[in-house]
Design a protein. Structure first.
Ligand SMILES: Nc1ncnc2c1ncn2[C@@H]1O[C@H](COP(=O)(O)OP(=O)(O)OP(=O)(O)O)[C@@H](O)[C@H]1O
Ligand SMILES: Cc1cn([C@H]2C[C@H](O)[C@@H](COP(=O)(O)O)O2)c(=O)[nH]c1=O
Length: 225
């Protein structure tokens, strides 16, 4: 019997530790016989990856940034996410629309109502139910103090336009995530991302075990190297 697709997103400020765990989680789902699509935003299609390069590197105002991000998102939904969900895949996506509300909304101070309008335009009319606005089934929020994230990233790579922002920007972004989580507590799972990698992995997999999406045996075997 085919299983319904699952759309799972990973959120948090830069350096919170999301990427360190996504492949491990994909392996855990595959070990249970699920087909997994791993992707990221902005990005995930050739067009969206081109838009990502611009958003991360070229100077622009917050409206331009938001329009490009939602354009990338629609292309990603049309060509990758919706087809994968229709096949019954588990889709693991490094960031989605909560990032737009946190970074462009809370971080840059851009109008949240305009973002909600763009969200509805970009995320509706693609699923089998034409009226459905696609949203994640679960959003895992790696919650970490901006000062700790900055320490983790220091010297790790050349900073992009976002990573180069001051710590005050990331305080606003972190508050943006907290507001999103408070508004949708059923969808969000908060992890204490200040713990070491192994403990973060344990927190992460226990969320999926509690939901009945991963077996305890599979969850306890994987994890960070
Ligand atoms: N629990 C942890 N404790 C200490 N360091 C960690 C932990 N998790 C990840 N790191 C390190 O912190 C840095 C950032 O991790 P990672 O790239 O996974 O974060 P991210 O949330 O995906 O960041 P970004 O969104 O900016 O790509 C990496 O150098 C990684 O090795
Ligand atoms: C989806 C999305 C992303 N951003 C920002 C957040 C990050 O700084 C970068 C992506 O880099 P990562 O290393 O892949 O996490 O883009 C944003 O500002 N708004 C968004 O909607």
């Amino acid at each position: 019997m085919s299983r319904p697709g699952l759309f799972i997103t990973f959120e948090g400020i830069d350096g919170a530790g999301k990427s360190s765990h996504i492949e491990g989680l994909a392996a855990a789902f595959r070990a249970q016989g699920r087909t997994v699509t791993v992707s990221r935003e902005p990005g995930g299609t050739p067009l969206a990856e081109k838009l990502r390069e611009m958003v991360l590197n070229d100077p622009m105002d917050a409206l331009t940034e938001s329009l490009l991000i939602f354009a990338a998102r629609r292309d990603h939904l049309r060509n990758v996410i919706e087809p994968a969900l229709a096949r019954g895949d588990v889709v693991l996506c490094d960031r989605f629309t909560d990032a737009t509300f946190a970074y462009q909304g809370a971080g840059r101070g851009f109008d949240l109502d305009v973002l909600s309008t763009l969200e509805r335009l970009a995320q509706t009319g693609l699923a089998p139910d034409a009226d459905l606005m696609r949203e994640p089934d679960l959003t895992v929020w790696f919650d970490l103090a901006p000062e700790v994230a900055a320490e983790r990233l220091a010297g790790a790579r050349v900073p992009d336009r976002f990573e180069a922002q001051p710590v005050e920007f990331f305080r606003r972004v972190a508050q943006g995530y907290a507001d999103r989580a408070a508004a949708a507590p059923q969808r969000f799972a908060r992890l204490d991302a200040a713990q070491d990698r192994h403990r973060v992995w344990q927190q992460l997999t226990s969320v999926f075990v509690r939901k009945g999406w991963l077996a305890i045996m599979v969850a306890s075997q994987g994890g960070p190297q």
